[in-house]
Design a protein around this ligand. Structure first.
Ligand code: GDP
Ligand code: MG
Length: 192
């Protein structure tokens, strides 16, 4: 499947958010969970979203246009910097400002490291989004790090912990596992 994607703009504060021209799918998760890598793999363009071995590097929101149809939005990671620690839900004000006010937001892809499973931030985050009627798709990242049987166990554990209606996806940006299924889910959100 050929995907056309390009970088649109970055913003460090709400005043700099671009006008909402297309539906947006926001990719959210802890620093280093694999947000940028997943975006690159989804659009088959390594190096589009910058990836880093050093957690907490991306402090900006980045917009990527996909097939002239929607925007994938790479949000800053939460749960790493010391400044986050005292914040109630642990995600940063910029993320909250975006998610709370974005009229074109079609859904959130919440990423959780398959080896860590959902933690306090995600337990807060899911109901926070549900309250705002934002559709959520949960994906467990770095699935290549676990054998298939352990992955499936983590999938059902995460579903239960986060009280999800459907199974989260187990995905790997490295092997491409689960990427097609995640694409279909994103596509549905965009078309809604
Ligand atoms: N094994 C494996 N490593 C991954 C995968 N996705 C990301 N990583 C690694 O995890 C680190 C953080 O990835 P990045 O995409 O920058 O995370 P972000 O901070 O959430 O944007 C990098 O070293 C990536 O190479 C994956 O699917 N499998
Ligand atoms: Mg990143």
């Amino acid at each position: 499947m050929k995907v056309n994607a390009h970088f649109v703009i970055s913003a460090a504060k709400p005043e700099d958010f671009p006008p909402g021209r297309l539906p947006e799918i926001a990719v959210v998760g802890r620093s280093n969970v694999g947000k940028s890598s997943l975006i690159n793999t989804l659009v088959h363009q390594q190096g589009l979203a910058r990836t880093s071995r050093t957690p907490g590097r991306t402090r900006l929101i980045n917009w990527f246009e996909v097939d002239g149809r929607f925007h994938l939005v790479d949000l800053p990671g939460y749960g790493y910097a010391a400044v986050d620690r005292n914040m109630r839900a642990g995600w940063q004000p910029l993320i909250e400002a975006y998610l709370d006010k974005r009229a074109v937001l079609a859904g959130v892809v919440l990423l959780v490291d398959v080896r860590r499973g959902p933690e306090e931030e995600e337990l807060d985050f899911v109901p926070w989004l549900e309250q705002r009627k934002v559709p959520i798709v949960v994906a467990l990242t770095k699935a290549d790090k676990l054998p298939k049987n352990k992955r499936m166990l983590e999938v059902s554990k995460a579903k239960k912990t986060l009280a999800l209606k459907r199974d989260p996806f187990a995905v790997s940006a490295q092997t491409g596992d689960g990427i097609d299924d995640l694409w279909r889910a994103i596509d549905k959100l965009v078309k809604k």
